[in-house]
Design a protein around this ligand. Structure first.
Ligand code: FPP
Length: 260
């Protein structure tokens, strides 16, 4: 009866964004494709197909908003546990995506980057990815960064191996290892100066990180949305950015009072 009233941050209208405070790097865990399909009595892969169309729409919307890097979690190092049929479908998706969308990416001046253990992907997927990277290499606008066969823990292990090898070779002093050394050894190094997401979004109501960008999200703002990924759109993206703009980012410091 006298339950505590939940305080909800005032909603920002999606049309009401501060254009000067658009997050530079937005990362998205695109979750809920399977449930979207299940709700419609469709096979899970139908959700992934619709999810791919959402990627196209959201990429254009993000580019128009002035986002510098959009990182999308397309396949994790743990997703191999899914059925062979689903894995095969997910490996075909980048082929279909880039086959149909590279001309639009070039028109939008969007450059493709891929991070993950891509050498373990089927040859057709590797070829599609490498062609998309080459075909958009001249683009100077937003970076569309796919995490494909990516896992945050594996990435950190690989980075430690790289740094340890430098030490073993006499090219790195242990005492000189800094956060920058680690930044430079991670798969996000080519995104510099936007290595770390300002905003991390996860769709579908789940509130987990699922081994995504574990080092890089140290100070990211996290936004969890209820809808499934295939239903995500421009308006939802703007709403998430609206929430980001209401957050008070202190990076471990203390907010300075105004006029000081
Ligand atoms: C998570 O939803 C989604 C994935 C594991 C795949 C993400 C892939 C896409 C959105 C397609 C776009 C990819 C490219 C390369 C353009 P889920 O299947 O875990 O959903 P569930 O939790 O409802 O089962």
């Amino acid at each position: 009866m006298f339950g505590r009233k939940k305080t909800v941050a005032p909603e920002t209208s999606p049309s009401d964004l501060d254009e000067t405070r658009i997050p530079k790097h937005v990362a998205i865990i695109m979750d809920g494709n399977g449930r979207w399909a299940q709700k419609r009595h469709l096979p899970r892969v139908a959700g992934h197909k619709e999810g791919m169309n959402t990627v196209k729409k959201v990429t254009i919307a993000a580019s128009h908003l002035g986002i510098k890097v959009l990182t999308l979690y397309a396949f994790s190092t743990e997703n191999w546990k899914r059925s062979e049929n689903e894995v095969n479908y997910l490996m075909q998706l980048p082929v279909d995506f880039f086959d149909t969308f590279v001309p639009d990416l070039v028109k939008e001046n969007v450059r493709v980057n891929v991070m993950g253990y891509t050498d373990q992907l089927p040859q057709k997927t590797q070829t599609a990815v490498n062609n998309a990277i080459a075909d958009t290499a001249h683009c100077t606008g937003m970076i569309l960064n796919f995490a494909l066969n990516y896992g945050g823990q594996a990435e950190i292990v690989t980075a430690i191996q790289k740094i340890a090898q430098k030490v073993a070779d006499g090219n790195q002093q242990v005492a000189d290892i800094t956060t920058e050394t680690v930044d430079q050894a991670l798969m996000t190094a080519p995104l510099a100066p936007y290595n770390n997401p300002d905003l991390l979004i996860r769709t579908s109501g789940e509130e987990r990180i699922s081994n995504f960008l574990l080092w890089q999200i140290a100070y990211s703002e996290l936004v969890f949305t209820e809808g499934y990924w295939p239903d995500f759109d421009d308006t939802e993206l703007r709403r998430c950015i609206g929430q980001f703009q209401q957050r008070d980012r202190r990076f471990g410091g203390v907010k300075q009072p105004k006029n000081k």
